[in-house]
Design a protein around this ligand. Structure first.
Ligand code: DLL
Length: 433
């Protein structure tokens, strides 16, 4: 099933011709309208005329989150504020938020791409979409909302929070599709269980989860606990919001990135050079239809790989792999690179532990330490100390064997690690404090 079959299945030569036309127009526009780009192109000795084919994109300078911060709030906008009909911002952990503006046409395109994404995930007109992404400056809520309405589905704009009420509404309103962060979906499962409600008796069929890294193992856990097909959706406010890329329900293998609007590249974050298809690196995106805030070679910091192999669903757009994490989330513990999602995969595979965890990194006497706090099953927690000790040793051993880092596992009581209604916080790094 497609939302816009013509564009979703455009043969590659036609897709690339369209990409080039749109890229050219974008480059000319930013060069004329955004002083930042004029300066950065001039500094690199590049004029828009130098871009003669898609590959020439590689000669253009990158744009970073810092560039966006330096132009806070509106410095990178390519249109006058009068053309902007919506403003979103991403919170970020430090300092000022990153601000993005949308023209009418930007909202129109975002809406279509979210509608495409929902259909790719298996949603359709007639679905009741329970949208528990936060509404507000965060793009999740409104992004999914507009796409769902465009599809002709009934959207419940519940936003995040008040989990008991969420469950009651899902049950009473007969929700068929759930949209929220993967960690929040597990929290819902837990609350439902405490209320004596079995997800098997709900009508949910599909869950569309994103906004934070999660693992394949976590997908298994969610699918089992919520009794639905769990689909990975990716996006970021700088580029648009949710719906930049999504898995198709047919294959569930890689996320189709909507290439008629975004040009993806995967680079080595150290050298800035492109890596081969299939190799892990940092995702860089160039927007080719955005008006409000077009971005050239934006460094997302998200780590993935790309494939142009034909997908069984018939879409011709490239697929990016599930995000392995962010280059700035990557922990370097005694020289070993570790992503929280790798630890998550190991934990989810161990019976008796729950997928709620927190990594605490510290430095003691010049040595990095890693403590993995993880909740254990209620039945186990009341068990004898010996059983718990064995479980801790097993976690430590598996992490050491698979990732090469030494850690201490601390088993904590069920429901003691803080739950999140949006993005979960998985790491406390005390080394920088
Ligand atoms: O999180 C947009 C979004 C909303 C995506 C709802 C999907 C669903 P930001 O708040 O700007 O925007 O955060 C963007 O979140 O650079 C990634 O690091 C991370 N992220 C988003 N989706 C995924 C995903 C929204 N599926 C940042 N897997 C991105 C892993 C994700 N990380």
């Amino acid at each position: 099933m497609f939302y816009n079959e013509e564009f979703e299945t455009l043969p590659r030569p036609a897709l690339e011709a369209l990409q080039f036309k749109r890229l050219k127009a974008t480059i000319e526009r930013v060069y004329c309208n955004v002083p930042f780009y004029k300066q950065s192109f001039d500094k690199a000795g590049i004029s828009p005329d130098n871009v003669k084919c898609l590959d020439d994109l590689q000669g253009l300078p990158f744009t970073t989150k810092q560039d966006m911060r330096d132009s806070y709030p509106y410095g990178l906008f390519a249109t006058s504020l009068e053309e902007i009909v919506r403003i979103h911002a991403s919170s970020g952990t430090t300092g000022k938020p990153t601000v993005v503006g949308y023209t009418h046409k930007d909202i129109e395109i975002w809406t279509e791409l979210m509608a495409r994404s929902l259909v790719a995930a298996g949603a359709h007109k007639g679905d009741i979409i329970h949208n528990a992404y936060g509404y507000g400056l965060f793009t999740g809520g409104l992004g999914a909302h507009y796409g769902a309405e465009r599809l002709g589905a009934s959207v419940i704009p519940i936003s995040g929070g008040n989990t008991k009420r969420q469950i009651m509404i899902m049950q009473d309103f007969g929700s068929t599709v759930l949209t929220c962060t993967p960690s929040y979906s597990l929290f819902m499962a837990e609350e439902a269980k405490a209320e004596g409600i079995d997800f098997k008796n709900l009508k949910l069929r599909v869950g569309i989860f994103g906004a934070e890294p999660w693992s394949e193992a976590m997908r298994g856990e969610i699918e089992e606990k919520l009794n639905l097909a769990a689909i990975d959706i990716y996006g970021l406010s700088e580029i648009m919001g949710p719906g930049v890329a999504i898995e198709c329900i047919e294959a569930k293998k890689g996320l189709h990135i909507w290439e008629d609007h975004f040009l993806p590249e995967i680079i080595n974050p150290e050298t800035g050079q492109r890596v081969a298809n299939g190799e892990l690196g940092e995702l860089v995106i160039t927007t080719i239809t955005k008006q409000g805030i077009p971005l050239i070679r934006y460094r997302t910091r998200d780590i993935t790989s790309i494939t142009y192999e034909q997908c069984i669903c018939g879409r011709t757009h490239a697929r990016i792999a599930r995000m392995s994490g962010r280059s700035d989330d990557m922990l370097i513990i005694r020289g070993v690179n570790v992503f929280p999602s790798q630890i998550e995969s190991i934990l989810v595979g161990i019976e008796g532990v729950e997928p709620h965890y927190l990594l605490i990194v510290d430095r003691k006497e010049n040595l990095d330490t890693l403590e993995v706090q993880v909740e254990v099953d209620e039945r186990l927690f009341s068990d004898e100390i010996k059983v718990l000790q064995q479980l801790s040793r097993r976690i430590e051993k598996e992490i050491k064997e698979m990732l090469g880092v030494t850690c201490t596992a601390k088993l904590v009581e069920p429901k003691t690690i803080q739950r999140s209604e949006g993005k979960a916080k998985r790491v406390i790094d005390k080394r920088n404090l």
